[in-house]
Design a binder for this molecule. Structure first.
Ligand code: SAH
Length: 393
C-alpha cells in the first residue's frame, strides 16, 4: 500500500492545525471518523475542507493513531529507506572520529517517526515506538544493515518492549548475532554498554556532550558525586578529567558492576572510588549528617514527570532533590542538574533550582544545555525536547 492508493482521513480543525505546523502525531481524537486499519497501513491526511495535509502510517493500538512522515508523496519501502539514509548522512557532520556510539536515527526528529536507531560500535540497535513500523521493519533491516556495513556495523538488532517475554531484550534482525555487552568509544572515553539488559537502547547517548563537559569540569575538583549514576558514564568522565575521588550512587547494583568495568577500560582503578547502592535521597540525608562535601555534583534522575498530570508532584520532587544537593555542595563547587522529562520546560526546571529551593544564594547559572545534534527534534514537536542540563557554580 502506498500513499497514492491509500485511504484519506479527515482531521479535526485542531489536529489539522497541528499537522500544518509540522507536528508528527495525530491522536485518535484528532480524526473525524477513526477507521479500522491494520497497523502500518499508509494513509493520507486532509482537513475538513479537503486540503491535503500529509502522509503517514496507521497505528491501530496506540493513542497516536497516525505518525506523519511528510507533506506528500508515496510512503513505500523506498521512501522510508531514503529518509533513513538521510538521517544517517546527517550524522557525518556531528560525530567525531573518536566516537562510535551515537544515535543514527532519532525518529520524529529525523522525519522517520517512531524509528530510533542507535549505534554501539559494530552493533546497531533498533527501537520502534508504536506499532506502525512493525510490518515494515523485517524488510527494511537487511537494507539498513547493508548501508551501515560501510561504517563498520555488523549486526542490526531489535530492542524489544519490556512486556515481551524473555530476559534478553534484543533480537537479531540482520547480520551477526550481537553480543550482550560491547565496549564503545565516546570522545575517546571507553564505556561498557549492556545491550541485552541495559536501559534505553543500552546507554544514555543523549548525555554524550554533557559527559564531555563533566570531563572538562573534573579538573581541580577533588571530590565528585554522581547521583543516579547508572553505568557510570558521568563518573568515568569526572575521573578522567581529574577528579580524585568519585562517588557513584544508584539503586541498581548491576549498574555499578558495569561502571567499574568501564573505569578499568579507561585505565582507572575503581578501588580509588566509591560505588554506593542506595536511594539517592537516603544517601544525601546521610551525607549531610556526616558533613560530607563535594566539589562537583552531577544529578541525572529518571523522569519524575512521565505525564502532564504528574508534573506538579515532579516539580516538588526536583526542588527537594536540589535542596538536598545544595547541602552537600562545597563552597565554590559546581552543580550539574539534569531532567529528562518533556513535560518539565527549561524555565520550570530552573524554578526548582532557585535560591529558595537550594537554600543558598551564592550560585549562578553558568550554562543550560540540552540534547546533542544526533538527537534532533522538530520546532513544532516539544515532546522531543526532553533533556535539560543546568550547570550552576
Ligand atoms: N546518568 C546516567 C543515566 C541515569 S538513568 C547516564 O548518563 O548514563 C537513572 C538511574 O537512576 C537508573 O540507573 C536507576 O537505576 C536510578 N535510580 C532510580 N531511582 C533511584 C533512586 N531512588 N535512587 C538512586 N538511583 C535511582
Amino acid at each position: 500500500m502506498t500513499a497514492r492508493d491509500s485511504k484519506t482521513l479527515r482531521l479535526t480543525r485542531s489536529a489539522a492545525a497541528s499537522v500544518r505546523r509540522g507536528h508528527p502525531w495525530v491522536f485518535r481524537e484528532g480524526l473525524a471518523r477513526p477507521p479500522k486499519l491494520d497497523s502500518g497501513t499508509a494513509v493520507s491526511l486532509a482537513s475538513e475542507e479537503g486540503e491535503p495535509l500529509g502522509v503517514g502510517l496507521w497505528d491501530e493500538s496506540s493513542p497516536i493513531a497516525v505518525r506523519v512522515f511528510g507533506k506528500s508523496g508515496r510512503l513505500d519501502e523506498r521512501a522510508l529507506l531514503e529518509r533513513i539514509n538521510r538521517a544517517f548522512a546527517r550524522r557525518e557532520a556531528f560525530v567525531g572520529p573518536d566516537t562510535d556510539a551515537y544515535r543514527l536515527c532519532n525518529g520524529e526528529g529525523d522525519h522517520v517517526p517512531g524509528l530510533v536507531i542507535d549505534r554501539y560500535a559494530h552493533v546497531a540497535i533498533v527501537r520502534l515506538d508504536g506499532d506502525h513500523l512493525d510490518p515494515w521493519i523485517e524488510k527494511l533491516a537487511p537494507k539498513i544493515a547493508r548501508v551501515l556495513a560501510g561504517r563498520g556495523v555488523r549486526s542490526v538488532a531489535l530492542r524489544r518492549a519490556r512486556d515481551e517475554a524473555g530476559d534478553r531484550r534484543i533480537r537479531p534482525l540482520a547480520g551477526d548475532e550481537p553480543e550482550d555487552r560491547v565496549i564503545v568509544r565516546e570522545n575517546g572515553m571507553a564505556m561498557e554498554v549492556d545491550l541485552a539488559h541495559g536501559q534505553k537502547t543500552g546507554a544514555f547517548l543523549d548525555q554524550r556532550d554533557n559527559r564531555a563537559r563533566v570531563r572538562a569540569f573534573g579538573a581541580r575538583r577533588a571530590r565528585a558525586l554522581n547521583l543516579y549514576s547508572y553505568a557510570g558514564g558521568f563518573s568515568v568522565a569526572a575521573a578522567l578529567g581529574g577528579a580524585a575521588h568519585v562517588t557513584s550512587v544508584d539503586v541498581a547494583a548491576a549498574a555499578h558492576a558495569t561502571a567499574q568495568r568501564s573505569f578499568r577500560a579507561n585505565g582507572l582503578d575503581p578501588a580509588n572510588h566509591a560505588f554506593v547502592t542506595a536511594d539517592a535521597f537516603a544517601f544525601l540525608e546521610a551525607a549531610a549528617r556526616r558533613g560530607d562535601k563535594f566539589d562537583l555534583i552531577v544529578s541525572d534522575p529518571p523522569s519524575f514527570a512521565p505525564n502532564e498530570r504528574t508534573k506538579p508532584r515532579a516539580l516538588t520532587a526536583y526542588r527537594k532533590l536540589h535542596g538536598a544537593l545544595a547541602k552537600v555542595l562545597a563552597p565554590g563547587g559546581l552543580l550539574c542538574a539534569a531532567s529528562c522529562s518533556s513535560h518539565v520546560s527549561a524555565e520550570d526546571f530552573l524554578d526548582t533550582l532557585d535560591d529558595a529551593a537550594l537554600g543558598r544564594d551564592d550560585l549562578s547559572l553558568v550554562a543550560m544545555h540540552g540534547q546533542p545534534p544526533d538527537h534532533p527534534t522538530l520546532p513544532a514537536w516539544f515532546e522531543g525536547r526532553y533533556l535539560k542540563f543546568a550547570v550552576l557554580a
